[in-house]
Write a protein that binds this ligand. Structure first.
Ligand code: ZN
Length: 376
């Protein structure tokens, strides 16, 4: 009797625990991985030595840099060279926007690093080149954000820029826009683990620019195995899944497990990860991605340039072409693509426990049960 009661209580506790386990908190990358795209068609070798096919029509480019923290800490001249290269190639690639997805510096309160970062990024400010940024986990914390003390990261310094929309948290998240090829593009660049109010700010921006083709950039979104942590899942549910206009996400922070760059797709929304910070004696972030938009043929050509090696990367993870309508028409179905394996696992565990309990009950009852009439 006593053994049976203890067992029943244990089963009940396990049952309750399984039911109360939040799906998100138990999500592992394998459970929520977005579809990894098949290998992209590599461009021809001859294409590597020449500029992407821009300038002949409406093509234009976005340049993406990220995780420059080691450059700010140890290689400031490379940080500066990276920005100078972009300035010098604005016309060649018809650059409409430069996006930095955070971890600008290594140490959020280190003024020397911010001075160097500001000196480099100010080249965009001074040259009138549109740019935006977000604060990564190395750039700020709940009690420290000093980036706004430097002009290149101070929202007030950009207020009058035609591409500037605004910022959240005094510059830890930023929003910009531009028009190219007769299309309006909105870019919201969200800080690492941006709070709910920042997500509301993002939703408001997307709602008030309903016809803009939107890119959501943020420091950390897709993880190193093409999955999503809890903050990213929340962003997917509350922002991305409710706005068909978001056709592209850009994020860094993680160093992908296998590749130096990974890409996933959710509905018609492409999701790219780029971060080479640990490569080549931690000089790897002295590199950039060039996303060249061809709105006539509905493609984005992606190239990766290593500044310190003065060469383009030619492998399929760093040079590829995305097909896109610059819109995520499948957004309404987005959440149905997330496998909810934890629920399935919970059901299997529950079924197993119930079966085991039944077997145990019958065996125990047969061997030791005392007739109820004799219990006192
Ligand atoms: Zn980071």
């Amino acid at each position: 009797m006593k053994t049976r009661s203890v067992f029943k209580v244990a089963v009940a506790l396990v049952f309750v625990a399984v039911l109360m386990t939040p799906i998100q908190s138990s999500c592992q990358p394998c459970c929520v991985s977005a579809k990894v795209l098949p290998e992209a068609t590599a461009l021809s070798d001859s294409a590597l030595t020449v500029a992407p096919a821009v300038g002949t029509g409406e093509n234009f480019s976005i340049i993406w840099i990220t995780d420059t923290q080691y450059l700010a800490e140890r290689y400031p001249t490379y940080f500066d060279s990276l920005c100078r290269w972009i300035v010098n190639n604005v016309d060649k690639y018809n650059v409409q926007m430069v996006i930095h997805t955070g971890d600008i510096v290594e140490t959020e309160g280190n003024q020397t690093q911010w001075v160097d970062a500001n000196s480099s990024i100010s080249r965009f400010l001074d040259a009138g080149i549109p740019y935006c940024w977000d604060a990564g986990n190395h750039d700020y914390n709940q009690t420290c954000w000093i980036g706004n003390q430097y002009a290149a990261f101070n929202p007030a310094a950009l207020q009058a820029k035609p591409y500037w929309i605004g910022s959240y948290g005094d510059g830890i998240s930023t929003a910009v826009h531009f028009t190219a090829s007769d299309m309006d593009f909105l870019i919201v660049n969200l800080a690492f683990n941006a709070d709910d109010a920042a997500l509301t700010w993002t939703n408001n921006l997307l709602d008030t620019h309903p016809e803009s083709h939107a890119i959501v950039a943020t420091h950390f979104y897709v993880n190193r195995t093409s999955g999503y942590e809890s903050w990213a899942m929340n962003l997917r549910r509350t922002v991305l899944a409710t706005h068909e206009s978001v056709f592209l996400t850009l994020s860094g922070h993680v160093y992908p497990l296998v590749h130096s760059g990974i890409r996933t797709q959710v509905g018609d929304r492409h999701e790219l990860v780029f971060n080479r910070q640990e490569k080549d004696n931690e000089l790897g972030s002295a590199s950039l991605r060039i996303l060249t938009f061809d709105t006539v043929h509905n493609v984005i050509d992606v190239k990766t340039f290593l500044l310190y090696a003065n060469t383009f990367m030619t492998d399929e993870d760093n040079q590829f072409t995305l097909s896109t309508n610059f819109w995520n028409a499948a957004a309404v179905n987005e959440n149905t693509e997330i496998p909810e394996f934890p629920s399935v696992i919970a059901a299997v565990i529950l079924l197993t426990l119930c079966t085991a309990a039944t077997v145990f009950w019958r065996k125990t009852r047969g061997a030791t049960a005392t007739p109820l009439s004799k219990v006192s």
